[in-house]
Design a protein around this ligand. Structure first.
Ligand code: DC
Length: 225
């Protein structure tokens, strides 16, 4: 069996996609590309420039007119990759709560998706890549060699986010995180353009019933390793 060259991993927020994708890319010597950072970068830019998130055409113009550079991590500070806009490293800014609160609205805009999907597709088509997102197997790279859809219940995902946030020393409430996860799921899966769903030929894995190691082992098996 030949090792798949383009690997798509989709699924809802906090299902373990990034952890799996990063580990897989490291093991195979592939590029790890988390496409969510591009939607976060456009959201950050809109907030930074004072563009109203509800102004679809202005937000779309930002996505169309600003190249976002996603490069291998240049620092060992926990980042998966560098996110650069106009020469500025905004990797950690893309994780700010105000970005988190607005990114689902930005990623529902058709023009934003068109602009970012085209950039993502160009990178994906080079091969030797593990691409993580919501619509990689359905829209960005429907011809991907291997498609994984990694799911988990909203409760389990909220608990993971809660643990991560607390580990970083921030105060937080589990029920608040759960309601945000559910709200984000709702927006991501009901939007008109490229809603979150598994491709028909994706392998479905549920991380409620599998540990991160088990998920990884299963996917390595699918890669013939
Ligand atoms: O995976 P994440 O939490 O960093 O994603 C941030 C947002 O971007 C989330 O609301 C879903 C959206 N997204 C998307 O619509 N399509 C992708 N390919 C990746 C992310």
């Amino acid at each position: 069996m030949t090792t798949p060259s383009t690997i798509a991993i989709d699924g809802p927020a906090a299902s373990g996609k990034s952890t799996l994708g990063r580990r897989l890319a490291d093991s195979l010597g592939y590029l790890f590309f988390d496409t969510g950072v591009m939607y976060r970068a456009v959201t950050w830019l809109a907030l930074q420039r004072g563009v109203a998130i509800s102004d679809e055409s202005a937000v779309t113009a930002l996505a169309e007119g600003t190249p976002i550079d996603v490069a291998p991590a240049s620092r060992a500070d926990g980042r998966a990759c560098d996110v650069i806009i106009e020469g500025r490293d905004i990797t950690w800014e893309t994780r700010l709560p105000e970005v988190e609160a607005n990114v689902s609205a930005v990623s529902a805009y058709a023009g934003v998706r068109r602009a970012l999907s085209a950039q993502q597709r160009r990178i994906g088509q080079r091969g030797k890549v593990v691409m993580v997102g919501r619509d990689i197997g359905t829209v960005v790279l429907p011809e991907a060699d291997l498609k994984i859809y990694l799911d988990a219940s909203a409760e389990e995902r909220a608990r993971r986010r809660f643990d991560e946030t607390r580990a970083r020393g921030s105060e937080t409430q589990l029920d608040e995180i759960l309601s945000k996860v559910q709200e984000r799921d709702h927006i991501d899966s009901t939007r008109a353009v490229a809603p979150l769903r598994a491709a028909d030929d994706a392998v479905l894995l549920d991380s409620d019933s599998l540990s991160a190691d088990e998920v990884f082992a299963r996917v390595m098996e699918l890669c013939g390793k």
